[in-house]
Design a protein around this ligand. Structure first.
Ligand SMILES: [Ca+2]
Ligand SMILES: [Ca+2]
Length: 238
């Protein structure tokens, strides 16, 4: 996520109440950054508009998505703040631009994806090797998104207790998490907390135990189940 927070005020109070734009701008090398009328330099990454008449400092909070920067090839370029409006000037204070999830040395999903030649299939749900495991699951498992992976192995059950094992990334991406759900009909899915389940029916408790690069998942049902389906889900936090 990229964001820009700054405090801004009209310097002179002229034209109070007239409309204006506050723009976060990425400048190309050699751009004329002086005050110009018409056709100002740079690519506008994000903007806010307003028309307040106050001359007191106002906090402006930009949030701009990765596409706004990445698609324009602006990463690494200088960022600037620009005020456009019918007033002579504005003052700025406490400008803070922050970014996370940019890749390059961190441990998030984009860093993991960058480690494989998956071409354009970098999406969380993309499955470039066609093994049925989306990239998000491959990242959480620590498996290769370019080679078919086994997924769940060692499945066993006695009607009440079931178990399976899946690969586990010892250092999964910071923004990827996994979870388990159970079902008796492949239509209604429940969390394995020993409470969730069909009304008046059985419940299932799911416990996982990770040792090294493998996680063994054990499920215990409160009653005998004719059929039990289990699934591993991964979700992204960004
Ligand atoms: Ca896959
Ligand atoms: Ca794979």
């Amino acid at each position: 996520m990229r964001s820009c927070i700054c405090d801004e005020k009209r310097q002179d109070g002229w034209n109070g109440g007239s409309s204006y734009n506050v723009e976060l701008v990425a400048f190309n090398p050699g751009d004329d950054r002086s005050d110009v009328d018409g056709g100002p330099a740079g690519n506008v990454v994000a903007s806010l508009s307003g028309s307040d008449a106050t001359t007191a400092y106002q906090t402006r909070d930009f949030v701009f998505g990765p596409d706004a920067v990445d698609d324009a090839g602006e990463l690494g370029l200088d960022l600037g703040i620009r005020f456009n409006g019918a007033t002579s000037s504005a003052n700025w204070d406490n400008v803070e631009v922050s970014a996370s999830g940019l890749g390059g040395g961190g441990n998030d999903f984009s860093d993991w994806s960058a480690g494989y030649a998956v071409g354009g299939l970098t999406g969380f749900g993309d499955d470039p090797d066609g093994d049925g495991l989306g990239n998000g699951t491959e990242a959480w498992f620590g498996t290769d998104p370019m080679q078919k992976s086994a997924g769940l192995v060692g499945v066993s059950t006695d009607g009440f207790t079931s178990a399976f094992t899946h690969p586990q990334n010892e250092t999964p991406p910071d923004d990827v998490s996994g979870s388990y759900e159970w079902s008796t009909n492949l239509g209604d899915w429940y969390v394995g907390d020993g409470v969730d389940g069909p009304p008046g029916g059985v419940t299932v408790t799911i416990v996982s135990n990770t040792v090294g690069t493998a996680t063994t998942v054990t499920t215990s049902a409160s009653g005998e189940l004719g059929e039990l389906f289990l699934r591993v889900g991964t979700s992204a936090r960004w």
